[in-house]
Design a protein around this ligand. Structure first.
Ligand code: BGC
Length: 268
């Protein structure tokens, strides 16, 4: 029997051929892995970023060397003018927008008792308001250009599963859960599909404080049935599938890639 390496994504390089995909927060963490993965699969990628232009430039160069196409746009998803400019930049350069990946996110790791109004606004602004209006602007563009489109929101297991001491984050992700369901139902007749991807714990900068604390990391790994955090690429591959026509019948729902953490049970 022929052995096929499931990770040799290069062999699928026509999978996303020519699709125009925006990835917010695209120069680090899960966003960066999504950018690299979909570019390798033939997509034309708009890399949104807020800080570290040098990381974006390095990514553009890496994709260029692989024969792919991408460009960076500095835009803060917490600012609506920036979001509009981001969608417009994709259209100006590539003529259309096929997939909007709302990936950018932040967390404060504060409890209900010590979250300040400033913390609350900051998290909700990026993780929920930004996703809401990015969905609106992207969907309007997709409807105007015709032929439908797809919006993928990088949510979290915490859209449904409490994380004590990270309350504003959970509240925002819970909002994104209902945004995807409601907007997905509203926009299905117009060919715009919307899906959440819910990662569990992923080895990215957002989890630096856990990864730098061996005791905390051991407790986290013990809570995950698969016994380890995900690598960002393991989330990016799910997103790549959802960007493709292979995922044409999925909308208004969430797909979790969490190593089983949401179902974890001590068996007591
Ligand atoms: C959060 C992390 C957390 C992980 C698993 C993610 O959505 O950003 O802080 O470790 O979920 O609980």
């Amino acid at each position: 029997m022929t052995q096929v390496n499931p990770y040799a994504l290069e062999t699928l390089s026509n999978f996303l051929k020519g699709k125009v995909i925006i990835v917010t927060g695209g120069n680090s963490g899960i966003g960066k892995a999504i950018v690299e993965t979909v570019a390798r699969l033939g997509a034309r990628v708009v890399i949104d970023y807020r800080s570290h232009p040098e990381a974006t430039e390095a990514l553009e160069q890496e994709i260029g060397e692989l024969g792919g196409s991408s460009f960076g746009v500095q835009a803060d998803v917490g600012k609506l003018d920036d979001l509009q400019r981001l969608v417009q930049a994709a259209v100006d350069r590539y003529g259309r927008l096929d997939v909007m990946v709302n990936n950018a996110g932040i967390e404060t790791r504060t409890s209900i008792l010590d979250t300040t109004p400033e913390d609350f606004d900051k998290v909700l602004n990026v993780n929920l308001r930004g996703v809401f209006f990015a969905t609106q602007y992207a969907a309007k563009q997709m409807i105007t250009q015709g032929g439908g489109g797809r919006i993928i929101n990088i949510s979290s297991v915490h859209e449904d599963w409490p994380m004590p001491n990270n309350t504003p984050y959970c509240v925002a992700k819970g909002g994104v859960r209902m945004l995807t369901r409601t907007a997905g139902v509203e926009l299905a007749p117009q060919g715009v599909t919307i899906v959440n991807v819910g990662p569990g714990a992923v080895a990215t900068p957002i989890n630096d404080s856990t990864m730098n604390n061996p005791e905390l990391l051991a407790r986290l790994n013990a809570a995950i049935p698969m016994g380890r955090m995900a690598q960002p690429e393991e989330i990016a591959r799910v997103v790549a599938f959802l960007c493709s026509d292979a995922a044409s019948y999925i909308t208004a729902t969430s797909i979790f890639a969490d190593g089983g953490i949401m179902q974890s049970s001590p068996g007591l």
